[in-house]
Write a protein of this length. Structure first.
Length: 464
């Protein structure tokens, strides 16, 4: 039987639009234009008229393989979302295990706040440095295998860190824990990008980030509560036990990866190609500055609440991390909303909410501070959910690598900016920290505005 091919008249605009043609086209999907997305998903180039030819081509026809990626509503989609949410819950809890007890670390090891924060920065820094190698290793050995092994190794290393007799050894063990988490938390986002159909990607990323925020609040509550009852060492050990249960559940739930199909095997391109793309570079700015500001907020908030005029005990300080629950709700809602109205307006709106929250943390009144933290956290996680789903779209030449770069930027910001903000705290107190976080949110807004403009322009060029 003769093969059927479709040819279209080529214009300059059409040729440009065809360049990265795929089911999650770089120009249209990143602006989340539904009509444009539907054009691509049906294999038509907007603004052209197809002409059918029944001539047999010179090359042998290839057999189309159905796209097996998980679609919204399917059992695999639900199981994958639950598994990766558990990975995020356990991983995020372990990642920031020492954050609620930084004042206790300062007291026991006789180190200043900026030095104590290295117990957090060592973990996030190691994770950031090893995201790219872990991504490459995941492509070779399989992401599921590394996610499972990395999460269990992180639990073991956290238990060892809880027993560390010296601060330098504690920092080393925390760094090794971050390396293990690079094979779990970091790869989980790339795994979602590779396994979920583009139509469900925004919602899936929102649910994954919701799991992250639940892990953040749960881990901090467990650590802070136990530290007030026993000691910071037993508190971190107890958190590791809870994370072990979540890791075992994720191990069982995580489905086997789907085979690569003809529709989404686009010839994965290298990291260098992605980094030369201005849109990819812009999307990486967002997690770097956002996560840096967010981690700085909660790193030094514990010191502020432990000192006058608040003078709160560790268990009560730990309760402020309940504000993370607002992030669980906002991230899931933002992912869904971005799929309807577009990523640009949702991202900028989330950053605006975060900025208002930062301003409300300035007065020395606890109710105002709590409201500010709720808004800051909700805005941060909503922005993270949108930006993390945008990265594999603008980096459609290699979605898993683009997600890996996003995670690297995310945790590099936590490590570098989270510790540098300690200089602001030591120098001028909380107003300097708040000003730093506000400036970082403004930088994220500039990058988001650039992304929105570029993506809208690209989608307009693809329309008739």
């Amino acid at each position: 039987m003769a093969a059927v091919s479709v040819t279209c008249p080529v214009s300059a605009r059409t040729a440009s639009s065809r360049q990265d043609r795929s089911s999650d086209d770089k120009s249209c999907v990143m602006a989340m234009s539904v009509p444009c997305l539907m054009h691509w998903s049906h294999g038509r180039v907007p603004g052209t008229v197809g002409r059918v030819s029944t001539r047999t081509p010179a090359t042998a026809p290839t057999t189309a393989v159905p796209d097996l990626r998980h679609r919204p509503g399917s059992p695999g989609f639900r199981r994958l979302n639950l598994a990766t949410a558990l990975v995020g819950l356990a991983g995020f809890g372990l990642l920031y295990a020492t954050q609620p007890v930084l004042p206790e670390l300062s007291a026991e090891f006789d180190v200043p706040a900026a030095t104590a924060s290295l117990s957090v920065s060592a973990t996030t820094g190691a994770l950031a440095l090893l995201v790219v190698p872990a991504t490459l290793l995941g492509l070779r050995l399989g992401r599921v295998r590394l996610i499972r092994g990395g999460l269990l190794a992180a639990v073991l290393l956290t238990l060892l860190a809880a027993a560390a007799p010296t601060f330098p050894l504690l920092v080393v063990l925390r760094g090794l824990g971050g390396a293990a988490l690079a094979c779990a938390v970091a790869l989980a986002m790339g795994h979602v990008a590779a396994e979920v159909h583009p139509r469900g990607l925004a919602a899936a990323m929102g649910l994954y980030v919701a799991g992250n925020s639940l892990g953040g609040v749960g881990g901090r509550l467990v650590t802070a509560g136990l530290a007030d009852l026993v000691s910071w060492r037993w508190a971190i050990g107890g958190l590791a036990g809870v994370a072990l249960l979540a890791a075992l559940a994720a191990w069982w739930l995580l489905p086997d990866p789907q085979p690569v199909t003809s529709e989404h095997a686009r010839g994965e391109r290298g990291f260098g190609v992605l980094l030369r793309d201005p849109a990819v570079a812009a999307v990486l700015v967002v997690p770097f500055v956002l996560m840096g500001g967010f981690v700085a907020t909660f790193n030094y908030l514990t010191y502020r609440l432990a000192a006058p005029p608040f003078a709160l005990p560790p268990a009560v300080i730990g309760l402020v991390f309940v504000t993370y629950l607002s992030g669980s709700a906002s991230s899931a809602a933002a992912g869904s909303l971005a799929g309807r109205i577009g990523r640009g307006p949702v991202l900028l709106g989330a950053l605006g909410v975060m900025a208002v929250g930062v301003a409300l943390t300035l007065p020395d009144t606890l109710p105002t501070l709590v409201v500010g933290l709720v808004l800051l956290t909700a805005g941060f996680f909503a922005a993270h959910a949108v930006a993390s789903g945008w990265a594999p779209v603008v980096g459609s030449a290699s979605p898993s690598r683009a997600s890996g770069l996003y995670v690297a930027a995310y945790y590099a910001g936590a490590s570098v900016l989270g510790s540098l903000a300690g200089l602001a705290w030591d120098g001028a107190g909380w107003p300097a920290v708040a000003a730093t976080v506000g400036g970082l949110a403004a930088a994220a807004a500039l990058a988001a505005a650039y992304l929105w403009r570029v993506s809208a322009r690209a989608c307009s060029a693809a329309r008739p």
